[in-house]
Design a protein around this ligand. Structure first.
Ligand code: G6P
Length: 608
């Protein structure tokens, strides 16, 4: 979703800002803009569409400016055109603002300001912030921003510049991430570390309700109530090459192929072979507390929600603790029943998804212990949760989540073993599962070697416009995720369904044009899924089966078979999703879709 980058220092700001925007392209956006303090004036340029369009519109300009702010916008209020793109100014053009988030009371504020004679030029909620700051500006930008922000309700991460104070910029945050990057004689502001990692790995995350005044040589942080905050400097451990394509055509493909490595990272130091259990140090829960959990709620959005469903199957089956999975967007507005023995798991790759964050805060308000399962270190959910487990997948740039999903499943498997071994699971069973997990990277590698075969399959079915994805038991959420991958990046309509439930609706869709991707490994429900496949065949449907190596029977029934290795059922979802990720990827490439930045989608959804 929207991205912010700001620079102040001795270098030319424009190329740094453009590069910073490009590093955030993956978040999803539909227009871009930049504001520079050039020769005592604020120069603003904005363009609908890609950052390249913004660059084209400024071709031939060599800006000298040493400070500026820039933005990629994902439209919420007003269509994505040049005018609605950020930065926004008030009436005088002295102040420019970029904003992530939503100002909820903007209509009321706009009416008041209009009555005072202010003229609004855009349909955005953000313009209101520029007007308010201008209204309150009496020579001190920080104070004006502070006063303006006391008026607004909603969420924001903002960066502001002012002609009269060209040596500093102001940033503020409430509900939308913002980080200050600390360089040598220069400083940065960004909504995402990826935007500035090329220049510095020393950062300070702003907390909600904090403002930063940033100049080239220093920065200071205060609260909305003007209380001084001591900054907590952190070093980012990842590097630039982790956010580059490394020879792959797309980030998504790179991330799919990284999985043997990222899965190793997710379990590194966490397999306790001696005691046949998992070692998870960040939970911040004592043995007693873990032992007393009687119920678990897992809440998440999108792909993370699918991981949550897998977690439900695993935890219920092996740890025998009842689990409920809730869409975060629903959970936050319900009145969930939470008692002292309920543990809430929050799954979020980015750690910033607005609904998931709100769900966690609601659960905490109700007294729940919340554990975060996040990828982005230092993200809001990671920081606000009571404890948790990082999945350590490294930066995920492709909008369609792949490596984060498998690592989320890995962490949920570890949690399952930990909880199960405190309860009824035997040493032998624990040992079997730990060994199975340890073998996951090798098994995933084997499935990745099917890449060419899967590409050929995609060539054959690239023109189909509808797909069904079917699975039973723990393969059902895998089917849901497979369908989501396909629809997200190739815009093919795809539906995931429990295989047996098909006959209560989707079976009506089946004909000789409808491929059904069926997860049919040799597991405990194998014979049942074979019956479901017969039902499809009887209606001339096309079957693409994901089956276990050596299964001859299935080849007689299915039109296509992708063979995956025989593995322990416990790790089946991690291995089973790989061919579906590859299938979605190749279908999207063949249909010439923008794989890494699919239309309308955003990587990190920071609005409700
Ligand atoms: C967006 C992304 C999905 C992601 C979902 C939840 O919709 O496009 O890939 O699964 O948000 O994101 P989170 O960061 O909370 O896991």
């Amino acid at each position: 979703m929207c991205g912010i980058v700001g620079y102040i220092g001795p270098r030319k700001a424009y190329p740094i800002l453009i590069e910073g925007l490009k590093r955030q392209e993956y978040r999803g956006y539909d227009s871009a803009g930049v504001a520079l303090i050039e020769n005592g004036e604020i120069v603003i340029q904005k363009s609908a569409g890609k950052i390249a369009a913004l660059e084209d519109s400024l071709e031939g300009h060599d800006f000298e400016a040493n400070s500026g702010i820039a933005h990629t916008r994902w439209a919420t209020h007003g269509e994505p055109n040049d005018i609605n793109a950020h930065p926004h100014t008030g009436m005088t053009g002295k102040i420019a603002v970029v904003h992530n988030g939503i100002i909820e009371n903007y209509r009321a504020l706009r009416e008041v300001l209009k009555r005072q004679g202010r003229i609004f030029r855009t349909e955005t909620d953000t313009e209101i912030i520029a007007h308010l700051i201008e209204e309150y500006y009496e020579g001190n930008l920080l104070q004006a921003v502070r006063r303006a922000l006391t008026q607004v309700e909603g969420t924001y991460g903002i960066a502001v510049i002012c002609i009269d104070d060209p040596d500093s910029m102001v940033a503020a945050r409430s509900g939308s991430p913002l980080v200050i990057g600390c360089g040598e004689g220069e400083n940065f502001v960004a909504s995402d570390v990826a935007a500035i990692i090329r220049h510095t790995n020393r950062v300070v995350y702003l907390e909600d309700g904090e403002l930063a005044e940033v100049s080239a040589s220093r920065f200071s942080i205060t609260t909305l109530d003007d209380v001084i905050v001591t900054p907590h400097l952190q070093e980012i451990s990842w590097s630039l090459d982790m956010i580059e394509k490394g020879g792959y055509d797309h980030f998504m493909l790179k991330e799919i192929f990284e999985q043997p490595e990222t899965l190793k990272n997710a379990m590194r130091g966490r397999l306790n072979f001696e005691e046949a259990t998992a070692r998870l140090n960040g939970l911040n829960l004592q043995f007693d507390e873990l032992h007393h959990i009687r119920r678990i709620i897992i809440t998440a959005c999108g792909t993370s929600w699918h991981a949550a469903l897998i977690g439900e199957y695993l935890i219920e089956e092996f740890a025998r603790i009842p689990v409920e999975v809730e869409y975060a967007s629903e959970f936050r507005y319900r009145s969930p029943i939470i008692d002292a023995d309920t543990l809430v798991l929050i799954i979020s790759q980015s750690g910033e998804t607005a609904d998931t964050l709100a769900a966690m805060r609601e659960a905490k308000r109700k007294g729940a212990t919340c554990l975060g399962i996040c990828n982005v270190v230092g993200s809001t959910i990671a920081r606000e949760s009571d404890g948790g487990v990082y999945i350590h997948a490294g930066p995920e740039i492709g909008v369609a989540s792949t490596k984060a999903f498998t690592s989320q499943m890995m962490v949920l498997s570890l949690i399952t073993i930990l909880l199960a071994r405190m309860r009824s699971m035997s040493y032998e069973k624990g040992e079997e599962l730990i060994k199975a997990l340890n073998g996951v990277p090798e098994q995933v590698k084997k499935v990745l070697s099917l890449n060419d075969e899967i590409r050929r399959l995609a060539e054959k079915y690239r023109d189909k416009n509808n797909f069904l994805y079917l699975g039973r038991g723990i393969n059902f959420p895998v089917a849901l995720e497979g369908a989501l991958k396909l629809k997200e990046i190739s815009y093919i309509h795809a539906e995931g369904y429990p295989a047996a439930e098909m006959k209560h609706g989707p079976i009506a869709l089946i004909d000789e044009n409808m491929p059904a991707v069926v997860l049919a490994p040799k597991d405990s429900v194998y014979s049942k899924i074979i019956s479901n496949m017969q039902e499809i065949k009887a209606r001339k449907g096309i079957i693409i089966a994901i089956a276990t190596e050596g299964d001859k029977e299935i080849a007689e029934l299915a039109d296509e078979v992708i063979y995956i290795p025989q593995v322990n059922d416990f790790i089946l979802p991690i291995v089973g999703i790989i061919p579906l990720q590859l299938l979605a990827y190749h279908m999207a490439v063949l249909r010439r879709c923008d794989v890494d930045q699919p239309r309308n989608l955003a990587k990190s959804v920071t609005v409700e």
